[in-house]
Design a protein around this ligand. Structure first.
Ligand code: EPU
Length: 453
């Protein structure tokens, strides 16, 4: 078992991380700490979304399962990818990030021996860092991983990850903010998740691919990003069936050589695509969003259609046309295929200018409300009633100085600014850069007036 002092030896202080990223990845868009949005202006044109943040980070973690060079294409230029690259480097890998072009590739070179320690300072910057636990256990039989950080939506425990791993024979304890885990031999078992947790499903999948015998994960998450991970692992030589369903069956492969490095292209980001649809819903106009599978957004597109947005899909593009004020609607966030919790702030911003009274009911995270006061500053009429947000739409919002509290809420404030009169300044833009590549440039290509300062 690695000692905490070894972890301390590779610790990176919080304050160093952004400058470290900026130095290592000079082309990354970290310029300016605010978005300045001058509205209102209708949107028109086409915008391409990159691969999904919530897939690529897990694929990067999965590379730890086998030695060799992996090429991952359609990678978004976001800071969380830079953080995961830093984490993999701390573990012993060489990572080359993509150049500035849309849909670039990253290369991960995994050595014969890895250091199964994920240090705080990097890990506590983002939630997906916990996903190295499963692969490290599969590869080394031991892991020391700092407790993960990420957006603050209230408590975000990892009990389901640890309970599931225990079913595979893993012993784990948490000491001083680090999970220390070890296993003599991973052994397949049946795991029934209390809730279809995305992160727990993925961690368990990555451990189970090397377990002796068969593992069944029941009530597994069905998100397209989980299916993308299954596809990646199966290409590597894993034997997973049931991808995209609530029951995953994994026949463990018993020797390291059975898993091989692969090339893979990341599934398109349905949350980023939905952000542009919400943007045109607020700003009006006609846009085409490319690079995403419409089936991954079926429930959302149906609801937006009910609100009056004209939506049609062709291959990997979605055309959306909004000629006037949309009607209000009621949304409820649910695990996939329901409306994603990540869309909640974007939908609240959309409903803030829709005609009538609408609501968004949150069923996943207790405290995903931290942008509401800022939308109120912009004139939105919003009431919180337990886990429901009730919004009475206004003809128009007004510009204000607001602050991004997390990735999606930050993006929601930016798109709210598109429909507001005057200059909206959204500070703490680094949150938005964690999940959106070139948001300002892409909105400007649609005719918006957004700058960074
Ligand atoms: N939960 C537990 N115990 C666990 C794990 C989860 O109680 O061990 C609870 C959570 O507290 C939450 C619910 O289960 O109430 C769902 O959490 P889940 O594990 O599914 O979420 P996650 O894996 O931590 C991912 C995304 C989030 C997204 C959620 C839900 C990544 C890196 N993050 O988080 O994305 O909101 O799934 O779909 O994949 C974002 O991209 O902005 C973002 C926050």
């Amino acid at each position: 078992m690695p000692q905490m002092t070894r972890a301390a030896g590779v610790m990176v202080a919080d304050s160093q991380v952004m400058s470290l990223l900026a130095a290592d990845v000079p082309e990354l868009d970290l310029a300016g700490h605010s978005f300045v949005v001058r509205g209102p202006s209708p949107l028109e044109g086409a915008v391409e979304v990159s691969g999904a943040k919530n897939s690529v980070l897990k694929l990067m973690a999965a590379t730890l399962l086998a030695e060799g060079a992996y090429r991952i294409a359609n990678v978004p230029r976001i800071t969380d990818v830079g953080l995961m690259a830093e984490l993999l480097r701390a573990i012993g890998c060489k990572v080359t990030l993509p150049s500035r072009s849309v849909g670039g590739s990253l290369i991960v070179e995994v050595p014969a021996e890895i250091e199964p320690v994920a240090p705080s300072g990097i890990v506590d910057q983002f939630r997906a860092s916990i996903e190295v636990l499963g692969p490290m256990l599969a590869r080394c039989g031991e892991a020391v991983v700092a407790l993960p950080g990420g957006d603050d939506f209230g408590p975000r425990p990892i009990d389901m990850h640890l309970q599931g791993l225990a079913k595979l024979g893993v012993e784990a304890e948490t000491v001083d903010g680090y999970v220390h885990a070890r296993v003599q031999e991973l052994t397949g078992g049946t795991i029934r998740l209390d809730f279809p947790s995305v992160g727990a499903t993925e961690n368990l999948l990555m451990a189970a691919v090397r377990a002796r015998g068969t593992t069944v994960i029941d009530n597994a998450a069905r998100e397209p990003e989980v299916a993308d991970l299954c596809e990646f692992l199966n290409k590597m030589g894993a034997q997973i069936s049931g991808s995209g369903s609530g029951t995953l069956t994994i026949n463990g492969v018993d020797h390291a050589e059975a898993l091989q490095p692969v090339d893979h292209s990341v599934v398109g980001d349905r949350i980023v695509a939905a952000t542009y649809l919400a943007a045109v819903g607020i700003a009006t106009g006609e846009i085409v969003v490319t690079g995403v599978d419409r089936d991954h957004m079926a429930v959302l597109c149906g609801k937006l259609g009910d609100m009056g947005m004209e939506i049609s899909a062709d291959g990997d593009s979605i055309r959306a046309c909004v000629s006037g004020r949309l009607s209000s609607a009621k949304f409820s966030t649910l695990p996939y295929p329901g409306v994603a919790t990540d869309l909640k702030p974007l939908l609240v911003a959309l409903l803030a200018t829709a005609d009538g009274v609408g609501s968004v009911t949150e069923n996943l995270f207790a405290e995903r409300f931290r942008y509401v006061d800022d939308l109120r500053l912009m004139g939105a009429d919003i009431r919180i009633d337990s886990h429901h947000v009730v919004i009475e739409g206004k003809e128009r919002l007004s510009a204000a100085k607001v602050k991004a509290p997390d990735i999606r809420a930050g993006a929601a404030l930016v798109i709210a600014g598109l429909g507001a009169e005057g200059e909206t300044v959204v500070s703490d833009a680094h949150h938005i850069a964690r999940g959106y590549d070139d948001l300002a440039a892409k909105l400007n290509s649609l005719g918006a007036d957004v700058s960074r300062s």
